[in-house]
Structure formats: C-alpha cells, structure tokens
Design a protein around this ligand. Structure first.
Ligand SMILES: Cc1cc2nc3c(=O)[nH]c(=O)nc-3n(C[C@H](O)[C@H](O)[C@H](O)COP(=O)(O)O)c2cc1C
Length: 303
C-alpha cells in the first residue's frame, strides 16, 4: 500500500500533517508519537520578533470544538532558528514553518529569514492577521491585498510557499485564485472561523479578546466545502485540508474533496498521539476499500 504523496515538490511519507499552533514546535509531542511517520509538521506561527500573545483567558470549549485567541505567541525567527529548528531538523519529518507579520514588510522579512534556514522544507503563510497599516482588515480577506502580499513574499521565498486561507471571507475561490496569481505553490484550507462564546451567569465574553477562532469538529463541513470549491476551480493546485479532523475517514473525506495532504489540529489537544491512531485508521480504510495507493483518492469524489 502506498501512502506517500508529493505536495508542491515536497515528498511526504504520508498525507498526514500536524496543524500550526496545535503541535507546538513538535518537541512537545515527541514523547507521544513517532514524528518520522508524519508527512510533515507545521510549526507554530513565527513572526520577526518574539510575541507574548493575548491576555488570559484565551481558550474556551464549545459544544463541538474550541475557541482560541492565543494572539500568535511565539519565539520569533531568531529564537526559532536557535532553539527549535535543530530538534525539528533531526526529527526525520518534513518541516513546514508557518509565519506571519503585521505589515507587508514584516511578512517579507520573516519569509526571507526563514527561507534561508537549512532544515526548513517549506513555508506556510498565515494571512488571517490584521493589516495594521490598512485599518486592521485581515490580509487574507481582500483578493487584491492578498495578491500584493503574496507577490512580495514570493520574490524572496525560493522554497515551496503555501498560503493558508481564512474562511472569514466572502469568496474563497477568489481568495485562492489571488494567492496562485501572486505566485503561491499550494494552499492550506482552512484557518479558524471567527466566533465568540458568552458566560451567561457572568454576562461576559468567555475569552478576554471577546472574539476568537473556532476550530474542531464543528468546522469540518465548512472546510470540506471550501476545499472542494477551490479544487474544482483550480484542480492543478495542491491543497492541504484542515478543519475538525478526528478520524481516518475524516482524512479520506478531505482527500476526496481534493486535498493532497490533511492536517490534524485541535484533536492533538484531546489526544496527543491522535496522528498515530488516525494513520492506522487510514491504512485500515484503504485496506478495506482495496485502495493500493492513497493518491487514487485525491479529488476522486463521485457526483
Ligand atoms: C490553539 C490554536 C492555535 C493556533 N495557532 C495557529 C497559528 O499560529 N497559525 C495558523 O496559521 N493557524 C493556527 N491555528 C489554526 C489551526 O492550524 C487550524 O487551521 C484550525 O485549528 C482548524 O483545524 P482543527 O479544526 O483541526 O483544529 C491555531 C489553532 C488553535 C486551536
């Protein structure tokens, strides 16, 4: 049975990746699973300088997922290169570094610095960040703004450049198209959905920033719909599906919708070795369905 896939030139032993912000810098999860069995690890989002993130409380549970407003706490490019990358490099898995900035210049500086690091296999750009020079509107919500950002980063990034799309937009296909026109090699679909939770007794929002990002099983149908729409519009573009994956069958659903790789996010909080179980379930699904190569499933949805 073949589980290996190729994503934008990146050879992965399996389609399973771990999602940014839910797997730390991988070292935290090494006691629970064999990192080399993962197709890739996507790191916590890295910014040019370290960030402390938002005030507490910044996480809360919902009926079918969680809301977070971590505020992109991270060690910064220097800290990542010195303290986190050596472990990742030796881990035997592909290293995809998620990154972001608050201005185009910050994105470009961060992308260029990470691209130059030996041991980084690809970059995933988080565009769900407020553009502080344009009144705080998220970069990833306006196609023309996003295209300009991708063009600027593409000019300095030689490694595969993946754009991670936000679902908080009017037209996901227009956003995907703008990314590809800007020079992206692949797309990750989706980031969290803008949400809030209220404590009725206290009459207060449950998280300090009022709004946060919803993740977990609640968002899987939205993520599948967006993957499928983008795959239909841009069938040649490699997609990494993300949103509420809990089982091997969930992975298959994303593959059928057109994803080449599938990321495990919130489930790793519930079960730190989720990726191992999900990989075993994927193998057993392929076995039962007599599929000898996982690539056969990509985009193979019947209408
Ligand atoms: C606590 C937390 C932190 C996250 N941090 C990041 C981040 O730094 N960069 C990013 O692009 N996405 C981040 N995400 C989004 C996830 O990578 C993923 O897109 C989202 O959670 C949906 O997948 P899931 O439903 O499987 O969790 C974060 C999600 C959570 C729950």
């Amino acid at each position: 049975m073949n589980l290996a896939v190729k994503f934008a030139g990146l050879d992965c032993v399996s389609p399973l990746w771990t999602a940014s912000g839910t797997f730390g810098y991988a070292q935290e999860f090494a006691p629970y699973l064999e990192l080399a069995t993962l197709g890739a690890v996507v790191t916590k989002g890295i910014s040019p300088k370290p960030r402390a993130g938002n005030p507490l409380p910044r996480i809360c549970e919902t009926a079918s997922g969680m809301i977070n407003s971590i505020g992109l706490e991270n060690v910064g490019v220097e800290g990542f290169a010195q303290k986190k990358l050596p472990f990742l490099k030796a881990s035997g898995t592909r290293v995809v570094v998620n990154f972001f900035g608050e201005t185009v210049d910050e994105y470009v500086a961060c992308g260029a610095a990470l691209d130059a690091l030996d041991g980084v296999d690809a970059l995933e750009m988080n565009v769900s960040c407020p553009n502080i020079k344009k009144g705080g509107v998220e970069f990833g919500t306006v196609p023309s703004v996003l295209k300009e950002l991708v063009i600027a980063c593409r000019a300095v990034v030689k490694k595969p450049l993946i754009i991670k799309l936000t679902p908080n937009c009017a037209d996901i296909v227009a956003i995907a198209r703008a990314s590809i026109e800007g020079g992206a090699d692949g797309l990750s679909i989706i980031n969290t959905l803008s949400a809030m939770a209220i404590d009725a007794r206290k009459r207060r929002p449950r998280i300090a920033t009022t709004f946060g990002g919803l993740s977990g099983p609640a968002i899987k149908p939205v993520a599948l719909r967006m993957c499928y729409q983008v795959h239909r519009a841009l069938p040649e573009v490699p997609l990494s599906g993300i949103g509420g994956v809990q089982s091997g069958e969930d992975v298959v659903e994303f593959l059928l919708a057109g994803a080449t790789t599938v990321q495990i996010g919130t489930q790793s909080f519930v079960e730190p070795n989720a990726a191992t179980r999900i990989l075993a379930e994927l193998k057993s699904f392929l076995d039962q369905e007599k599929v000898t190569d996982v690539n056969e499933l990509i985009g193979a949805l019947r209408s």
